[in-house]
Design a protein around this ligand. Structure first.
Ligand code: MRU
Length: 348
């Protein structure tokens, strides 16, 4: 089952509800573009490539919802839906990338509104299928960086659940495992939403890859004591100069890896690279509800005192100088990134 898929019979978007895993595996049925935007905002679906694909299907849903019987009216409805979907989460550029790709199909189209509705659905399906193929290509490039016997640290969840299927950084780990390399994963639990402890650990169990969950603040200890050979992470947006926005905590992990001479590899489809941004300071960082931080309980009681206040940035930016290389579907990109990323992206 794919994380993001389409039910042809009922004309509905199907999402694995990631809020419930690992205790419950449930499929959410999404019928409108507003429901799609809600599912992205509330993290029923999450992970940059997965929300890009979900948004594309959301726009296809908007086409079917629209009562427009002329092309200009349908285009207006689609643009309105795209604006709503684009606002659902700000950091992952895959979201706007997918919406722009869908809107380009609509803008260049001449014909009946009904035919355009079908073309939009076909484009969303193409985005989803391409994501799987791209992940596998990235995995093959990235697996070459893993040696037999390596222990790696992984942050957040970047597996099949964060994409349409297979995954980015976790896809690399999975590929190396399938190639017969012995590999051990230290899984950052990834406060506050615990994507590592809940989702990555769940995926690794299914693939039969040995792992230990570690608290995020243990990563420095493992790096410093020579127990880790590589760090693999995903990304939500990469600027032209190689600055990498990813799940909060990635920057501290990269600093500790750098200080200990451990290679740090973001694994990133080229749809996550935003060449329009010269550097990472321009990347919008989502700040989520403080309740996500305060909700932590021990023995059934809230950890924080009543009325406590919290901050909850969901992402941080790792400067390019801490990045060893970026794995893409087109190959492994080494510094200087501002020279090499545009070359790789513009290469057919
Ligand atoms: O807030 P999330 O869970 O959507 O954040 C996800 C990440 O930060 C991932 O590392 C990133 O999207 C890459 S996933 C292939």
């Amino acid at each position: 089952m794919r994380t993001v898929s389409w039910d042809d019979r009922r004309g509905e978007l199907l999402l694995i509800d990631q809020r419930l895993l690992p205790s419950e595996f449930r499929i959410a049925r999404i019928r409108t573009y507003r429901e799609t935007a809600d599912a992205i905002r509330t993290m029923v679906v999450r992970g940059a490539p997965a929300i890009g694909a979900a948004a594309a299907f959301g726009l296809a849903l908007a086409g079917f919802q629209s009562k427009a019987d002329t092309l200009p009216a349908l285009l207006r409805d689609l643009q309105e839906a795209a604006d709503v979907l684009a606002r659902s989460r700000p950091t992952a550029v895959n979201l706007t990338w997918a919406l722009q790709r869908m809107l380009r199909v609509a803008a260049g189209y001449v014909g009946t509104p009904d035919k355009l509705r079908q073309l939009l659905l076909a484009e969303a399906q193409r985005i989803a299928d391409e994501d799987v193929a791209i992940n596998k290509r990235m995995a093959e490039h990235g697996a070459a960086l893993i040696d037999d016997g390596d222990t790696v640290i992984h942050h957040c969840n970047t597996g099949a659940l964060a994409t349409v299927d297979w995954g980015t950084a976790l896809g690399v780990i999975r590929m190396a495992h399938e190639q017969g390399k012995r590999i051990h994963v230290l899984v950052d639990e990834t406060r506050p939403r615990l994507q590592g402890a809940r989702l990555t650990a769940w995926e690794l169990s299914q693939y039969g890859i040995p792992y230990d969950i570690i608290s995020d603040n243990a990563a420095g200890y493992f790096l410093r004591s020579g127990q880790v050979q590589k760090v693999f992470v995903g990304a939500d947006r990469v600027a032209r100069n190689g600055d990498v926005a990813n799940k909060i905590g990635t920057y501290m992990l990269a600093l500790a890896a750098y200080d200990n001479g451990v290679p740090f590899y973001p694994v990133v489809p080229t749809s996550t690279v935003d060449l329009s941004l010269q550097h990472g300071a321009r990347i919008p960082i989502e700040e989520r509800d403080p309740e996500e931080v305060l909700a932590l309980q021990l023995r059934g009681r809230p950890v924080a005192p009543e009325g406590a206040s919290a901050r909850n940035p969901a992402f941080d930016v790792t400067p390019a100088r801490l990045v060893t290389a970026i794995v893409t579907e087109k190959g492994i990109v080494y510094p200087p990134f501002d020279l090499h990323l545009p070359q790789v992206i513009h290469h057919p």
